[in-house]
Design a protein around this ligand. Structure first.
Ligand SMILES: NC(=O)c1ccc[n+]([C@@H]2O[C@H](COP(=O)([O-])OP(=O)(O)OC[C@H]3O[C@@H](n4cnc5c(N)ncnc54)[C@H](OP(=O)(O)O)[C@@H]3O)[C@@H](O)[C@H]2O)c1
Length: 339
């Protein structure tokens, strides 16, 4: 029987790649985003790739009632919801003192509360059936905050804390519902061409950069296996390990222009006259950006660590852990040598 999947943040980036992956598996897919053209194109792609059904909802995830209505309509049409994935996000690239209180509120309402709203809607349909899989799309930044992305990092940390509480409640009352968080590395998605930014140059994901299909494969695997947490790619593990063993050193490394600031921007100056952001509304209702951003030439389409983690979990953990520890130690040694 076709899997019934709901994806919030489905029209671009990771969510779009996910929708295509589930479509190839012949799923029934509910799609949530705000922009008309992106949603329509996603729905078309899904049906062309083999989805049994695809239905889109133009909803802002900050609106809990609208998310619930989309869930109810989808569950009625498909006969339930098996998998719910929260991938929607917005951010503001700027130092804390240049971000307004309204911008902090908006990032939190979409990136954190949007995830809570999606989870509440999913649970309303999964708890009566006693089964289902919820996946929160996370980031290495759910554990390690970096400069210029405070509102986003805080929201990802909040999701991680919310999950720990909910997971214990589900294990207590409803063990058939799994809750996963997939911590992703830097990805080549449209995010970096429509994020609100006060930086002088074009934002970029901190290299190494992976394609969104790597993230989609990881998320689908986590949903299938009910995996508690999946760290995708060496850089994610490196950030996690570095944060545990030497958080103060990471603070100092990230305070350097080269690591914390320049690494988040290309060399190209931003053209303020044409830049439009997606914080309060879709960047362009009439434009479909698809899954990929503008960094195709620099993005990897596979991760050895992910392959190992999903094929040989124990060996994978060892390989990934050793690789990440070696990279962390090398970074620490380089930093000490420069002192
Ligand atoms: N890209 C990375 O480097 C990276 C790294 C680690 C983790 N992640 C995680 O991956 C997930 C996806 O990120 P991405 O890079 O793919 O982002 P993206 O390219 O900016 O795509 C965001 C998607 O969310 C939708 N969206 C944004 N605000 C929304 C709202 N208020 N209500 C409903 N939908 C909304 C967008 O469509 P509309 O604008 O049309 O609504 C779009 O479909 C996020 O959870 C992010 O934290 C990304």
């Amino acid at each position: 029987m076709a899997q019934k999947v709901m994806i919030a943040g489905a029209s671009a980036g990771v969510g779009r790649a996910l929708a295509c992956t589930y479509a190839r598996r012949g799923a029934e897919i509910g799609l949530i985003a705000r922009g008309r053209a992106g949603l329509e194109a996603t729905e078309r792609d899904c049906l062309a790739l083999g989805a049994v059904d695809a239905v889109s909802h133009r909803v802002d995830v900050a609106d809990a009632d609208a998310v619930q209505r989309a869930a109810d309509a989808t569950a009625e049409r498909f006969g339930g919801i098996d998998v719910w994935i929260n991938s929607a996000m917005v951010s503001v690239f700027a130092p804390v003192w240049e971000i307004t209180a309204a911008e902090f509120r908006r990032v939190t309402e979409v990136t954190y509360l949007g995830t809570v709203h999606g989870t509440l809607a999913a649970l309303r349909h999964m708890r009566p059936r006693g089964r289902g899989a919820i996946v929160q799309v996370g980031s290495a930044l759910a554990y390690r905050g970096i400069p210029l992305q405070s509102a986003y990092c805080a929201s990802k940390h909040a999701i991680q804390g919310f999950n720990d509480s909910l997971r214990a409640e589900l294990l207590h009352e409803c063990p058939g519902i799994t809750l996963s968080m997939v911590q992703l590395p830097a990805l080549n998605t449209p995010q970096f061409s429509w994020v609100r930014t006060r930086l002088p140059r074009h934002p970029q994901p901190v290299p190494p950069i992976f394609q969104p299909e790597v993230a989609a494969d990881a998320i689908v695997w986590a949903a299938d296996n009910g995996t508690r947490e999946l760290n995708v790619g060496g850089p994610t593990l490196q950030a996690r390990i570095g944060d545990v063993i030497a958080p103060g050193l990471l603070d100092r490394l990230l305070s350097r222009s080269s690591m914390g600031f320049d690494a988040q921007q290309t060399d190209a100056p931003i053209d303020r006259s044409t830049w439009r952001d997606n914080l309060d509304r879709p960047e362009d209702e009439e434009r479909d950006r698809g899954a990929h951003g503008v960094f195709d030439d620099r993005a990897k389409d596979r991760s050895l660590e992910l392959w190992a983690a999903t094929h040989k979990p124990s060996a994978g953990l060892l390989i990934a852990g050793l690789g990440a520890a070696a990279r962390t130690l090398a970074t620490v040694a380089r930093a000490r040598a420069r002192r």
